[in-house]
Design a protein around this ligand. Structure first.
Ligand code: SF4
Length: 112
């Protein structure tokens, strides 16, 4: 399954992200409790359910990656935009992500 994330992988990543957040308090540092960073270059989060926003926040998604070598566009979970002007997506949570975004669920895209 080179381009899919299994339920086990998702749960493992989700648990790992939660552990990081709990251990370091980074949720507060990235705006925890407030509005999550929006994918402003896309459609924003108006149509994303609060529970899905919470998952996104747990993964600490940001529109601008802090590490040039790791971004959504080269992540195994990235869903490329369906057409010009459309937003990309992520297999780990609902809502738009941008190609140069990043979250703690990043995993290298398998070699083609
Ligand atoms: S870096 Fe995070 S938000 Fe971006 S595609 Fe990968 S798992 Fe999804």
């Amino acid at each position: 399954m080179p381009n899919s994330v299994s339920r086990r992988d998702f749960l493992a990543r989700f648990a790992a992200a939660g552990a990081v957040v709990s251990a370091s308090g980074l949720l507060t540092a990235c705006g925890g409790g407030g509005a999550p960073t929006t994918a402003a270059a896309c459609e924003g989060y108006a149509s994303v359910a609060p529970a899905d926003l919470q998952i996104r926040q747990t993964f600490q998604y940001v529109d601008q990656t802090p590490n040039a070598a790791q971004n959504c566009a080269n992540c195994a979970s990235y869903i490329a935009p369906a057409g010009e002007g459309a937003c990309g997506g992520c297999k780990l949570f609902a809502g738009p992500v941008v190609a140069n975004g990043y979250c703690t669920g990043w995993a290298a895209m398998p070699a083609a």
